[in-house]
Ligand binder design. Structure first.
Ligand code: SAM
Length: 239
């Protein structure tokens, strides 16, 4: 936690917060902070700054906060991920938030196992917690918006074309002939396939909607590796 992300519920006055649970534990055990110490803080979807610890006990930390800095610029990326295996999902979500992705779509695909959609990691509370961890890692406050679409065909036929308007649209697909572009830095939509890859039918539908198939070379990367590799290739801002 390089910054404590603050939520409305934490504020007991306009410039005062009380933290408990995970953030308190981190302040006490990892940072070893004591009264008078200053920590990085940021208000969700707001500004960042410093919090001075004014009281610290086993059950609560009280901080006076000054929030006067803008968070880093978001990436102009709409990221569409075929729902990953639950044990990878949490990490991929955190990494996406850390990299500055603000628009994340979890979509279905033939090779996504139905059981993946039952994971508790998809509860509102767990989604928020993992995106919070990603933002705290990066020192960012802008919470990503996450959309879930459990039916592939209605999504690509009815929603995707509008979503791609004004963006460069790509689908990462190994073995295709076009290398993934670099230094794009403009609004982009990117689809990443599941563990078994998108089927030829699905790639056809994504292309029909306006996506260009691109590859990252002959090595097949896990989704958790493909996300940061693709993002850093496309956007200089995240380097
Ligand atoms: N066996 C699958 C295939 O050949 O498509 C591998 C899927 S890979 C584990 C998961 C996703 O990461 C892929 O669907 C693709 O979106 C992306 N990916 C991984 N390696 C890639 C590469 N070399 N080129 C383009 N995309 C890649």
């Amino acid at each position: 936690m390089n910054m404590a992300l603050l939520f409305d519920d934490d504020f007991v006055a306009t410039d005062r917060v009380v933290l408990r649970g995970r953030r308190l534990e981190h302040i006490r055990s990892v940072l070893g902070a004591s009264s008078g110490d200053q920590l990085s803080v940021g208000r969700v979807n707001g500004q960042m700054g410093l919090g001075e610890v004014v009281s610290l006990t086993d059950s609560r930390a009280e901080l006076i906060v000054v929030l006067n800095q803008q968070p880093p610029a978001p990436l102009p990326l709409t990221l569409m991920l075929a729902m990953p295996r639950p044990k990878m999902f949490r990490r991929i979500l955190q990494t996406s938030a850390t990299l500055g992705v603000k628009d994340i779509w979890l979509i279905n695909s033939y090779k996504v196992e139905k059981s993946f959609w039952q994971t508790p990691w998809l509860s509102d509370e767990n989604l928020r917690e993992n995106m919070t961890l990603g933002l705290e890692q990066a020192k960012d406050t802008a919470m990503p918006r996450l959309h879930i679409r459990k039916l592939f065909k209605p999504f690509v036929e009815d929603e995707l074309p509008a979503l791609l308007q004004g963006k460069r649209a790509l689908v990462a697909h190994p073995g295709t002939s076009t290398p993934c572009p670099t230094h794009v830095n403009s609004p982009t939509a990117l689809c990443i396939g599941p563990e078994g890859g998108f089927t030829p039918y699905e790639v056809g539908k994504l292309e029909e909607a306006g996506c260009q198939s691109v590859h990252l070379g002959p090595r097949i990367l896990r989704m958790e590796t493909a996300v940061p590799v693709l993002v850093s290739r496309l956007f200089d801002a995240c380097l």
